[in-house]
Design a protein around this ligand. Structure first.
Ligand code: ZN
Ligand code: ZN
Ligand code: ZN
Length: 199
C-alpha cells in the first residue's frame, strides 16, 4: 500500500489521515504532519499548521488545560486514573493552551493566562497580559480616585477587610496586608469595577 498522495511506497511507510481535513499523506509529502496525541497508536494527525489550529478550535469549548496540574507536579499514577487530563502532543497542547489562555484573558483571568504563557516560556505574551491586567486595575482605581471613594476589599483567604483608599495605585496591590497571601486579582478587579460603577 503506497501513499495515495505522493505515491511513495515501502514496507515501513506510514500513511496518515488528517483529523481535520481528512487528507491522506505520509512523511514524504509535506513536513507539516503533526501528532495530535501522545499515544502513537491513536493515529491522530493533522497535515498542516492551519489544520492543527482548526482541530484545536473545535476542541476548545470543552477543553480544560492541564498546565496548572503539571506545574504542581501531579504525576500520573499507574493503576489509578491518569491525572494528566490531556494526553495531547507537545505541539498540539501548546496551540490549544495558547488559544485557551486568550479566552481566559478575555474573561479577566489574567493571572491564569500568564501562568500558561510562562509555562511555554512565552515571556512577551506573559508581559503583555500583566500589562493589560494592571491597566484594567488602574482604570477602575482612577475612577474611584476621581470620586474620592475609599473601599474595603475582603480577603477571601483570611476575611480581613483590606482598605483601598482613593488614590491607590495598581502596583501596590499584590498581597493581603494581614495574611500576606497573594490576592485573587480577578476578584479584586471584579470588586473595583463594581465599586467604580456603583452610584
Ligand atoms: Zn489537514
Ligand atoms: Zn506521501
Ligand atoms: Zn488575607
Amino acid at each position: 500500500m503506497g501513499c495515495p498522495t505522493c505515491g511513495s511506497g515501502g514496507l515501513f511507510l506510514k500513511v496518515m489521515e488528517c483529523a481535520n481535513c481528512r487528507r491522506h499523506g505520509c512523511q514524504n509529502c509535506g513536513r507539516g504532519w503533526t501528532p495530535l496525541h501522545t499515544n502513537p497508536k491513536s493515529g491522530d494527525w493533522a497535515c498542516s499548521q492551519p489544520c492543527v489550529y482548526q482541530w484545536a478550535y473545535r476542541l476548545l469549548p470543552k477543553y480544560k488545560s492541564d498546565v496548572f496540574e503539571r506545574i504542581h507536579n501531579v504525576i500520573p499514577q499507574a493503576g489509578k486514573k491518569d491525572l494528566i487530563l490531556n494526553p495531547i502532543s507537545g505541539e498540539a497542547s501548546r496551540i490549544l493552551d495558547t488559544l485557551y489562555a486568550q479566552g481566559l484573558e478575555r474573561q479577566g483571568y489574567f493571572d491564569d493566562a500568564v501562568t500558561i504563557y510562562e509555562f511555554y516560556q512565552m515571556e512577551d505574551e506573559a508581559q503583555r497580559v500583566r500589562g493589560a491586567r494592571d491597566g484594567a486595575l488602574e482604570f477602575y482605581l482612577r475612577i474611584l480616585e476621581r470620586r474620592q471613594k475609599n473601599v474595603n476589599f475582603r480577603c477571601e483567604k483570611c476575611g480581613y477587610g483590606l482598605a483601598i483608599p482613593a488614590g491607590t495605585r495598581a502596583n501596590t496591590l499584590a498581597n493581603c496586608f494581614y495574611c500576606t497571601k497573594p490576592l485573587d486579582m480577578r476578584a479584586v478587579m471584579v470588586f473595583l469595577k463594581k465599586q467604580a460603577e456603583a452610584p
